[in-house]
Write a protein that binds this ligand. Structure first.
Ligand SMILES: *Cc1c(COP(=O)(O)O)cnc(C)c1O
Length: 432
């Protein structure tokens, strides 16, 4: 399968080229030339398939032409060698919990999958070391660092803003060692992102090193997220649900929801998708007006969704032939303030005894607002509430327990390299 750029100004790429490059040379995002339909028998079997089994079938449709079956199976099974997502079936509004991975956020699956696929290409081609640069405001860094930990041929540099990430988040990527280097930038998240962008554009640096990124622009990170939607659908059918099914996705860069749209193109009968946002409401405004106006990001308590210019919007436009009305047939959008997020966490906790994290709270509210008669919905719970301990405890007024997986990181010793926000310093460090 080949990949084209959403800007249509770059040569067609192989899977390997798309994964190693991340972004296309014309700064567009790579898309598969074809989205294969899965056969009817697959959908009939779906409720009975394990998460690993169905994920392999989906991965085979994406990548089966480019990677030998046994290797692909191993990549999928290694990626998913932790607890499967959990679907809480509960009537009209159901939860798909995606926080059972090593760093308790949904990005684990994409990061682990990408690490294994990139590792396979490096080995197959006898490539020199690939360097992954990732700027993080917290969650991406921990998922990527843990996903790539110990993978041969890859070194990861996590750039994060000094004093601006929570202690738990920081420990998740500064205590690992091995092929993971944490760089503590004396600046804000935007400075980290600017350093990474400058590095990708610097000629000298790119002659010396193979550099790539591991955010959801990368096809190997974004496409595996389609697995979730097949699983949720299968589990709801298995529980006897016969209604039309609607998926609601807390969104930032829109990688996760775009993977859902791809699942639908493959034949998964999800009726429509609801995008839930915090105050960063560019997609909401686009749905309302047909005009897309990217903005600077606004800081909120659902900070993994503080994105003012969602990169995967280019993929959504491309999938629907740039047609606003076609997009509106399959997608709707909602936006919530921090106060609304806090009151949803409080209300759901006291009425249902279920503890939402700030991102899941947006998903819950949007689904509750949008669900119609005769529909059954699920929203994605994208992170464990303990990852946002201070916010959540402040709202419910009691302490919450830290899961063992998170507590284990707290015991490690922080190691990081201090860095100014000047590109010259970062470049000198990488050139060494
Ligand atoms: C990254 C993230 C999101 C947003 O996902 P996108 O694919 O960027 O839209 C939502 N919730 C949490 C907890 C995240 O870490």
């Amino acid at each position: 399968m080949n990949y084209y750029s959403t800007n249509h100004n770059a040569a067609i790429a192989t899977l390997e080229e798309a994964v190693v490059r991340g972004l296309a040379p014309d700064r567009g995002l790579y898309m598969p030339e074809q989205i294969k339909q899965l056969p009817k028998e697959f959908f009939d079997e779906l409720p009975e398939l394990s998460f690993q089994e169905l994920s392999y079938r989906v991965a085979d449709a994406f990548f089966g032409e480019d990677i030998p079956a046994e290797t692909l199976k191993q990549i999928v099974y290694d990626t998913l060698s932790f607890d499967a997502p959990v679907v809480n079936v509960n009537g009209a509004i159901n939860t798909l919990e995606l926080f059972h991975g090593p760093t308790l956020a949904f990005k684990d699956v994409g990061a682990r999958f990408m690490a294994r696929m990139l590792g396979y290409f490096i080995k197959r081609e006898g490539k020199e070391q690939v360097n992954v640069l990732v700027a993080t405001s917290g969650d991406t860094g921990s998922a990527v660092a843990n996903g790539f930990l110990g993978v041969d041929g890859i070194h990861v540099y996590v750039l994060y803003p000094k004093g601006k990430v929570s202690e738990i988040q920081e420990k998740q990527f500064t205590t690992l060692g091995k092929n993971i280097t944490a760089i503590e930038v004396d600046g804000v998240f935007d400075d980290c992102q600017a350093l990474v962008k400058s590095a990708f554009m610097d000629k000298e640096l790119n002659e010396k090193h193979v550099l790539t990124s591991a955010n959801s622009i990368n096809v190997a990170r974004f496409m595996p997220q389609a697995f979730y939607y097949f699983y949720a659908y299968g589990q709801l059918r298995k529980a006897g649900c016969t209604n039309d099914i609607v998926a609601c996705v807390p969104s930032g860069n829109f990688g996760n929801i775009t993977a859902g749209l791809i699942a639908k193109r493959m034949g998964l009968p999800i009726k429509r998708f609801v995008a839930a946002n915090n105050r960063n409401d560019v997609f909401y405004n686009y749905i309302k007006s047909g005009v897309y106006t990217p903005m600077a990001s606004i800081q909120t308590i659902a900070n993994a969704m503080d994105v003012g210019a969602p990169s995967n919007f280019a993929r959504i436009l491309d999938m629907y032939g740039e047609s606003h009305s076609e997009i509106c047939k399959e997608m709707s959008a909602y936006t919530y303030s921090d106060d609304e997020i806090r009151s949803a966490i409080k209300r759901v906790n006291s009425e249902c005894g279920y503890l939402l994290d700030p991102h899941g709270a947006c998903g819950y509210m949007a689904l509750e607002q949008d669900l119609k008669e005769g529909e059954t919905g699920f929203f994605l719970e994208t992170a464990h509430p303990a990852k946002f301990k201070d916010v959540v405890e402040g709202v419910i007024g009691t302490n919450i327990e830290i899961p063992a997986k998170l507590a284990a990181f707290m015991a490690g010793e922080k190691q990081s390299i201090p860095m100014s926000r000047e590109f010259a310093d970062f470049k000198a460090f990488l050139m060494k």
